[in-house]
Design a protein around this ligand. Structure first.
Ligand code: HEM
Length: 115
């Protein structure tokens, strides 16, 4: 039950963080900045709590693949701010977001190769 809560928290927050991030990419209007940064901050934190909760419940310790995911999480968490600060580079922010998401998800399924 505890594991399911952390899993839903982790994956659910990932979906919400991605949603708000791509909303910022589509329309980086200054009047939406505060609200978007608030929600991306909240979901990014919930996603991290879910991730560490799973690590604890599954008694996985701190494997190498978590470092890769932490880097992806850091990048993803900082991108909404970049979308508002430098909207001219939007294609770059989108490409980085796609890459971070893909690498983090791939890490879950390829993790046996990093242990
Ligand atoms: C961009 C960042 C991330 C994405 C897109 C992502 C995505 C995912 C997905 C799709 C799963 C599979 C869900 C499941 O099997 O229940 C998962 C599992 C997991 N994630 Fe993340 N995650 C990210 C960051 C993190 C971070 C920062 C942590 C650690 C603090 C973390 C820890 C975990 C753990 C422990 C699992 C369970 C692995 C297992 O079942 O053996 N993730 N993640």
């Amino acid at each position: 039950m505890k594991l399911a809560i952390y899993q839903i928290m982790h994956v659910g927050s990932m979906i919400m963080l991605t949603t708000f991030l791509f909303m910022a990419f589509a329309n980086p209007a200054p009047e939406t900045r505060r609200r978007t940064l608030m929600w991306t901050g909240i979901f990014s934190l919930l996603m991290l709590i879910g991730g560490f909760g799973m690590l604890a419940v599954l008694k996985l310790g701190f494997p190498v693949w978590i470092l890769i995911k932490l880097v992806c999480w850091l990048i993803l968490s900082g991108l909404a701010g970049m979308a508002y600060r430098r909207p001219a580079s939007m294609f770059t922010w989108k490409a980085i977001a796609w890459a971070a998401l893909l690498i983090a998800v791939a890490t879950v399924y390829l993790k046996s190769n990093f242990e």
